[in-house]
Design a protein around this ligand. Structure first.
Ligand code: SF4
Length: 225
């Protein structure tokens, strides 16, 4: 018999290459800074289940591209679906391919669309702050100052769209986050357990592969639940 689960795992398996100090990925800065720091100091292989979830995101992205390209939707034109990214800042570089970003033209305007797949669209009531952070960086670096976050439900293709107005000062704060990350990595100083600082971000810890390490380093307390 064919074990298709195993075949998917084989297909998605990736070589685990350690990340180099001084080169950071644009797609990771919305995450908990401590988690990103751990990923440089203690690289871990991504578990097969998580790789499958990421792949569903890629499949959804391809579907959104298809919809935008469709001649049945002539009012929106897809201009670009691949974005190599590079920004040199101080003594480090932010670079990498941005996977979930599209550039479209609608109502005479160029708009950056960041696609996010979700498990239940009914819980999505506003653009998630960590997604907004990401999009601010892209709008800033790519010089396109109109942005949209498009959430799409994996189980029924229902979607919601949120405008994200470009704010230069927000984009600059994100660059500052990269500086903080770089400083922490170079000086071997662990950042605070950021995701545990607010009930709005605590959910990130559920999916964090460094959770045990993090709680050993900073045990649960009133300040850091
Ligand atoms: S457990 Fe939470 S606070 Fe700690 S590193 Fe992971 S995401 Fe960050």
């Amino acid at each position: 018999m064919i074990d298709f689960n195993e075949m998917i795992d084989n297909h998605l398996k990736k070589e685990n290459r350690p990340k180099g100090t001084g080169r950071y990925y644009p797609s990771e800065i919305g995450m908990c800074l401590r988690k990103v720091w751990y990923s440089y100091k203690f690289p871990m292989e991504i578990k097969p289940d998580l790789l499958k979830i990421f792949e569903v995101g890629n499949i959804m992205h391809d579907f959104v591209v298809e919809v935008l390209k469709s001649e049945k939707n002539p009012h929106v034109q897809l201009l670009k679906s691949e974005f190599p990214f590079r920004q040199d800042i101080d003594d480090f570089t932010i670079s990498g391919r941005i996977d979930n970003l599209l550039l479209v033209k609608a109502s005479g305007k160029e708009i950056l669309v960041e696609v996010k797949s979700t498990t239940d669209i009914s819980f999505v009531r506003e653009a998630a702050p960590h997604n907004v952070v990401q999009l601010q960086l892209y709008m800033h670096a790519l010089g396109v100052h109109n942005g949209i976050l498009l959430y799409i439900d994996k189980k029924n293709l229902q979607s919601k769209v949120f405008d994200v107005p470009y704010k230069k000062e927000e984009a600059e704060k994100i660059i500052e986050r990269f500086r903080e990350l770089h400083k922490g990595i170079v000086s071997d100083t662990i950042p605070e357990p950021e995701a545990r600082s607010s009930s709005k971000t605590l959910w990130m810890c559920r999916y964090c592969e460094y959770k045990d390490k993090c709680y050993t380093e900073t045990p649960a307390s009133n300040k850091w639940p």
